[in-house]
Design a binder for this molecule. Structure first.
Ligand SMILES: *Cc1c(COP(=O)(O)O)cnc(C)c1O
Length: 461
């Protein structure tokens, strides 16, 4: 399998290189040149298998010759060995036709661990083979950074540099980034918001001399390997509820559109998904875009579900690429318009998107009320992101089973949960000492040259 850029002007790459490169050199995102379709019998055969085996069967066609089967299996096993639940991604039932997919049993308590733990293993194996060294640079609204640091701490051949918006991540998120003591971990508190952090990372990738000098590699949610790892739990949960014999729908709390785009890939592969419902908080650019066709930014409003406080939703470009008939030049044009504030999705592309995606928005008060009510009705404690999902899902319930993705553990966002329930959710015992560990943080201005100097110093390049 080969990977092509959504803007049509970057080299075609194999899996390994697409994974290491992150952002394509034309500014686009890598996607498979063709999505492999799984036969119905092969999907049915996934029912009841261990998560790792489902992961192997779903991802195998995308890897090409990058890893031998036995090696790939070993890397998958290693990736999920540190999870705190035997099912990895267990389903719980909330209401007669509404299920919650708990994706927060990984080492940093958010769904990002599913992709990041695997990517850590894949990078290490790939770098050991080539003898290369890379510097992973990522921007985070909180959960990506902690998941990346946890996945790459202490690995050979890799430095991991994470930019997060100073003062805008939760204490648990910050401590998960600032307490690992390994020399290859660099947590940077940058002035600005998440979009500023993401913009500086993009600037670094677009500075080709710097990119080559420090061996930049990306693990943000635009990284194809991350999307791929997330495709797996759409399969594992759908077959647990009767797919392919029975269709299901998913509601996905969405920021950068990576997680829900994985659901779109699962659907392209033949998994019978009726609707993929985009759930946004008050930063609702995607909900507005699906409803009106206007994709227009209007500034980030900090919310109690901060991992979704995003205005420019990077992975949406991948969905647009397909909706525009894989016309890279058309996508490049839209992205140029976005730089000036926004664009209008063509009527044809909008209809294509609406055939797969529905959407909804959840206000701050609705988020809090959903945490309170869900706990009272079911005993399930939701994190605020998952609550956004549950609220929006409830407006889309019907005869098809709905699976809402629970993207983080409630203890990762204790203030919002306490405000809704009156009690503070406890961290799982395996990380109960997080608040006793010493922190190590570097402050930096929102300035490209200063950041580049800092990275050269810290990585010794
Ligand atoms: C990252 C994140 C999201 C948003 O996921 P995207 O892939 O960016 O859409 C939602 N909830 C939590 C807890 C997250 O960490």
């Amino acid at each position: 399998m080969q990977y092509i850029s959504t803007r049509g002007a970057a080299p075609t790459l194999g899996f390994d290189e697409a994974m290491m490169t992150g952002l394509a050199r034309d500014g686009g995102l890598y996607v498979p040149d063709a999505v492999p379709v799984m036969a119905e019998a092969d999907i049915a055969a996934l029912a009841g298998l261990p998560y790792e085996e489902i992961a192997f069967r779903v991802m195998r066609p995308y890897i090409g010759g990058a890893f031998k089967d036995d090696e790939f299996k070993g890397l998958i096993d290693a990736a999920y060995a540190g999870f705190g639940h035997a099912a990895r991604a267990p389903l719980v039932q909330l209401a007669p036709n509404h299920f919650l997919l708990e994706l927060f049993h990984g080492p940093t308590l958010a769904f990002k661990d599913f992709a990041m733990q695997l990517i850590g293993q894949l990078f290490q194996a790939s770098l050991a083979r080539s003898g290369r060294r890379v510097t992973i640079v990522g921007a985070t609204s909180g959960d990506t950074g902690s998941a990346a640091i946890e996945a790459f701490r202490g690995l050979a051949g890799v430095d991991v540099v994470i930019l997060y918006p100073h003062g805008r991540v939760s204490d648990v998120q910050r401590r998960q980034m600032s307490t690992p003591s390994e020399a290859n971990v660099h947590a940077i508190a940058m002035d600005g918001d998440f979009d500023d952090c993401q913009a500086r990372v993009k600037d670094m990738f677009n500075d080709f001399a710097f990119r080559d000098e420090v061996g930049l590699a990306g693990v943000n949610s635009i990284n194809w390997a991350r999307v791929l790892a997330q495709v797996v739990y759409y399969f594992s949960s759908a077959v647990a509820l009767g797919a392919p014999g029975r269709a299901v729908s998913f509601t996905v709390p969405t920021g950068n559109f990576g997680d829900i785009f994985a659901g779109y890939i699962a659907r392209q592969m033949g998994l019978p998904i009726e609707k993929l419902v985009i759930a946004t908080n008050q930063n609702d650019i995607l909900d507005r875009a699906i409803r009106s066709g206007a994709y227009v930014t209007d500034g980030v409003k900090p919310s109690i579900s901060p991992s979704m406080d995003i205005q420019v939703s990077s992975n949406f470009e991948r969905a647009l690429f397909d909706a525009y008939g894989r016309d890279g030049a058309a996508v490049a044009q839209l992205m140029a318009e976005l730089k000036a504030g926004g664009f209008h999705i063509s009527q044809g592309a909008l209809e294509t998107l609406r055939a797969t995606f529905a959407s909804g928005r959840c206000s701050e008060d609705e988020t809090t009320a959903t945490i309170t009510r869900t706990y009272a009705e079911t005993g399930e404690i939701l994190c605020p992101h998952s609550a956004v999902g549950v609220h929006v899902a409830e407006q889309h319930l019907g005869p098809t089973p709905m699976i809402t993705l629970a993207t983080a553990h409630p203890a990762k966002f204790p203030d919002a949960v306490e405000a809704a329930m009156g009690t503070r959710p406890a961290l799982p015992p395996r990380m109960a000492d997080l608040f006793d560990r010493p922190e190590r943080i570097t402050r930096a201005p929102n300035d490209l040259a200063a950041l580049q100097t800092l990275i050269r110093e810290r990585t010794g390049r």
